[in-house]
Design a protein around this ligand. Structure first.
Ligand code: ATP
Ligand code: MG
Length: 659
């Protein structure tokens, strides 16, 4: 190939397995093939019709104003309220007695809230926040565990049109302070503490610390009592929710806001660097969150029990715990604790307890369950499940197959959903009941979404080729910007390929034109002039029966420029086989050869290192940049968003033989 020819990313893997939907599923499926045709015929009319899934106080006339790209306005002259759409209108339509939230606490106790009860709770909290001086447009920081009050807090803010900024309850005081300061929040909603692995852990001290060191915008702190532990108190600033709740009215008129009014700010996971404060709108965001939740999860509001395992601290918890499901009148589980407290079957026990039918989780969780072994889910009745979803990273084909067989009983369709904090809602995904599913591929842009894979020059690649995933047309739930930084918004997302949104992810189109995510372009490596993605080499490793999880990075190499280095976690129960095969060194060599055989000698890792943990963000994504530091013997970079900082020590000790 001549030096200056446009290139993409080399693509090495092949997948021939395909799973058509069962005729039974097709019969009642919410999604229809005609949706694609409808969207192709007239994309804006398609979105106009989807916006009618919502209730508008004032109907909009114009669907999209794209006169000043990349600043989009959707449904701009319409007014609505997100909390009214998620709660009040269901109560008004006679569904007040339907259960909205099935709250499962870590210790096995539980609580349920009907839509009518949620309406009362969020109205009370909206009144309390108003009394604390919060008005439309003010920002409110939410720093809570996964308890119903987290949902109430978000919807209470939405009711008064006060954009919330949810900060994951596992973040430090510093991380909290920087987010509060960036958004200039007026009030913080938190709890005294949270239960984590059977222990009461304090939460409020982190707020006290964050506010002591800065964040002058905050005038009040609303504290939910969860653990009942002792808390320090700042008079005049701190207020107990349970005390103010007593005197608060359940009457509250939602504030009708313009469709473009910001619903929330949310900081990205920080996998690649410093988190960005992503701003989302009300009307466009809610339209796409509810439409995608309905068609991608095949939601039947009166019969399904849905469970998305994401924390509300992440975008998945915003769009697919709070806004999408609640706008669609879903009965759903929310779970406070960790997957292995008090035992490694906790999640499957919850599926059995509530008869969960729709289950949405992440590749990291699935691979962890693989590591623990399939006898654990095997102990529970999972027959209520009828659909499984995945989000957050590429799901390796073998992890997909495991998910389908062990959790889905070979019966449930799987939806591998690609999207980002920035996109607000699912963009690329199979439609259950319509698409023939392919293990490991997110497959097709949803109806109404225009996505493509392009080469360095921004030209669409042909089938069978790799490149960069771009979104070529605006979409309703697109980010409206980075809080306070319009230039960074343009620069980060719209400058690489003019006129197109570039997501930062590599992708390829296979022979059928289906889209495969190849990982972040920052992680692409150049091996003797071949541009290789991390995902395909990782998937080749996970296809070996000993491997539960793998992370691959490109490390400097004198002869090839860069060379793949793999970090691998073995599946539980393989120890005897590994020992019989000659121990860890022999296993590493066997895995190197396996990659060579699966996808070709060029991708064969220079080294395969067996480890017991991988560095992950708190949302469970592998942080390859830290592993690259290890592979290249550098000082480890910024670990602020790392879930467990001891992991890097463990890995380095293992490598230097200090184990
Ligand atoms: P930061 O942008 O701060 O580095 P982040 O990208 O991890 O953090 P999120 O918005 O939570 O923050 O994650 C979106 C990213 O997750 C996508 O860009 C993609 O890399 C990955 N991702 C999400 N879903 C999928 C999927 N189904 N397949 C492959 N990758 C996915
Ligand atoms: Mg990102």
């Amino acid at each position: 190939m001549p030096e200056d020819a446009p290139v993409g990313i080399d693509s090495l893997s092949h997948e021939s397995r395909s799973f058509p939907p069962s005729s039974e599923f097709v019969k009642d499926a919410v999604a229809r093939p005609s949706l694609y045709l409808e969207a192709e015929r007239d994309r804006l009319e398609f979105w106009r019709a989807r916006a009618q899934l919502l209730s508008w106080k004032k109907q909009f006339t114009e669907v999209l104003d794209w006169s000043n790209p990349p600043f989009a306005k959707w449904f701009a002259d319409g007014t609505l309220n997100a909390a009214h759409n998620c709660v009040d209108r269901h109560v008004d339509a006679g569904h007040g007695a339907q259960v909205a939230l099935l709250a499962e606490y870590e210790d096995g106790t539980d609580a349920r809230f009907t839509f009518a009860e949620v309406k009362d709770e969020i109205s009370r909290m909206a009144n309390v926040l108003t009394d604390m001086g919060v008005t439309t447009g003010d920002r409110v920081a939410i720093y809570l565990p996964m308890i119903p009050e987290a949902v109430f807090a978000m919807l209470a803010c939405a009711r008064i049109g006060a954009p919330h900024s949810v900060v994951f309850g596992g973040f430090s005081a510093d991380a909290l302070r920087s987010r509060i300061e960036d958004a200039e929040a007026k009030v913080v909603i938190t709890a005294d503490g949270q239960f984590r692995r059977g222990k009461a852990m304090p939460l409020k001290p982190a707020v006290d610390e964050a506010l002591a060191g800065g964040a002058p915008s905050v005038t009040g702190v609303l504290v939910v009592r969860r653990t009942g532990g002792e808390v320090a108190w700042t008079e005049g600033r701190d207020q107990w929710w349970h005390e103010l709740r007593e005197g608060a009215s359940t009457e509250h008129e939602p504030v009708w806001v313009d469709a473009e009014h910001p619903l929330f700010i949310l900081y990205t996971s920080g996998t690649t660097g410093k988190p960005k404060g992503i701003v989302h709108s009300t009307g466009g965001y809610l339209t796409q969150a509810s439409y995608t939740h309905r068609v991608v999860f095949d939601l039947k509001p009166s019969t399904d029990v849905y469970w998305c395992t994401a924390d509300v601290g992440w975008v998945t918890g915003h769009s697919y715990v709070v806004y999408g499901p609640m706008a669609n009148r879903t009965t759903q589980v929310i779970y406070e604790g960790t997957p292995d407290t008090p035992h490694q079957g906790r999640w499957w026990e919850i599926v059995q307890k509530y008869g969960v039918s729709l289950f949405y989780s992440s590749p990291t969780a699935i691979r962890t369950a693989m590591k623990w072994g399939e006898e654990i889910p095997g102990k529970f009745d999972l027959s209520s499940l009828r659909l499984l979803g995945s989000v957050g990273e590429s799901i390796n084909p073998e992890a997909w197959m495991w998910y389908r067989r062990v959790i889905g009983g070979d019966r449930c369709p799987i939806v591998d959903t690609w999207w980002q904090t920035e996109t607000g809602a699912i963009m690329v995904s199979p439609l259950p009941g319509v698409t023939n599913a392919k293990p490991g591929s997110a497959q097709v842009p949803l109806p109404g979404v225009v996505a493509d894979v392009v080469n360095d020059a921004g030209e669409p690649v042909g089938d069978g080729q790799g490149g960069y995933l771009v979104l070529s047309e605006p979409w309703p739930s697109m980010l409206r910007g980075i809080w306070g930084d319009p230039e960074r918004f343009q620069e980060t997302y719209w400058s690489r390929f003019p006129g197109k949104y570039f997501a930062g992810d590599g992708a390829r189109k296979d022979e059928d034109g289906d889209i495969w995510l190849l990982g972040r372009v920052d992680d692409v490596m150049n091996v003797s002039g071949h541009r290789l993605s991390t995902t395909e080499i990782e998937s080749a490793l996970v296809s070996h029966p000993w491997v539960a999880e793998a992370a691959v990075v490109g490390a400097n190499d004198e002869t090839t420029g860069q060379a793949p280095v793999a970090f691998v976690i073995l599946r539980g129960g393989t120890e005897a086989e590994v020992a019989a095969g000659g121990g860890e060194d022999a296993a590493s060599e066997a895995l190197r050869q396996h990659v060579g055989k699966e996808i070709g000698p060029i991708a064969k890792p220079k080294k395969v290192l067996l480890v017991t943990e991988l560095p992950k963000t708190r949302s469970g994504k592998i942080m390859r940049r830290l592993l690259r530091d290890v592979a290249e013997n550098r000082t480890i970079g910024d670990t602020q968003t790392l879930a467990d900082s001891s992991v890097m020590d463990l890995i380095q000790q293992g490598l230097t033989g200090k184990r």
